[in-house]
Design a protein around this ligand. Structure first.
Ligand code: ZN
Ligand code: FE
Length: 246
């Protein structure tokens, strides 16, 4: 479990490399992309919390797999998902669109559509003094999501949207892929000091059994080759190269 000091955001590690984020305020909890239900239910029960809402970034089973059981346990929970995914995220009861702002746990949460990984994918942005972005599988530390249903162009412009957010935004992605991503980046840029430093930092965290996530946008823009790419061609080359790496 990892804690964010400014906001109470807890990461539950599940499956091989997924992270379920729990945003806690007072006794209420919002869960992001519950791939499984047991550890979520256990955590909420142990702490005597109430489940308020489930945020879904996209339809993949390692993001929605636990949702049905959570609804059975808390039937009045809000399930917030893209209105474009009514078929593939059928249990949604709050359907949202790009640019919409919702009030969740008393805070404004803006929906930002970030296409590319899947034909519909949304991110949840909490503005304010300590901005937070729940980005699902669009951006990882040192990497970005694979392009399964969208296009390179869509993913490139999604990353552009992320880059336009406040630089102190803390980004919460759904997978602990950081070390592999950094090793790939170092293979392409062996002399890059920022990336070398990142590898040391990541190895230290992992050796202490800590998550390498969240990460800040400004730090990430220094070491993420996808965020650093200057045009669509460079991005396309990198994404195709990365697909062959693992
Ligand atoms: Zn996915
Ligand atoms: Fe995933």
């Amino acid at each position: 479990m990892e804690f964010n000091k400014a906001r109470n955001i807890i990461g539950l590690r599940v499956l091989s490399d997924n992270i379920i984020w729990l945003w806690v305020k007072d006794k209420s909890v919002v869960v992001v992309d519950p791939s499984v239900h047991e550890p979520v239910i256990r955590y909420i029960n142990e702490n005597n919390f109430q489940l308020e809402a489930i945020l879904q970034t996209h339809h993949h089973s390692d993001h929605i797999g636990g949702t049905k059981s959570l609804i059975e346990r808390w039937p009045s929970v809000k399930v917030i998902a893209s209105s474009k995914e009514k078929k593939r995220i059928p249990f949604q009861n709050v359907s949202v669109e790009d640019g919409e702002t919702l009030s969740i746990l008393g805070e404004d949460v803006k929906i930002i559509e970030v296409l590319g990984h899947t034909s519909s994918h949304i991110a949840f942005f909490l503005n304010g003094e300590n901005p937070v972005l729940f980005i699902g599988d669009t951006l990882f530390s040192g990497g970005c999501g694979r392009i399964f249903e969208g296009t390179y162009k869509q993913m490139y412009s999604s990353l552009d949207r992320i880059k336009s957010l406040p630089k102190n935004t803390l980004i919460y992605c759904a997978h602990e892929y950081t070390k592999g991503n950094i090793l790939w980046a170092l293979n392409l840029k062996p002399k890059d000091q920022d990336i070398k430093n990142k590898l040391l930092e990541v190895e230290k965290k992992l050796s202490l059994n800590e998550l390498t996530i969240p990460f800040s946008l400004d730090e990430e823009m220094k070491i993420n080759l996808f965020l650093r790419s200057k045009n669509l061609e460079e991005f396309t080359f990198l994404r195709a190269n990365k697909d062959l790496w693992v």
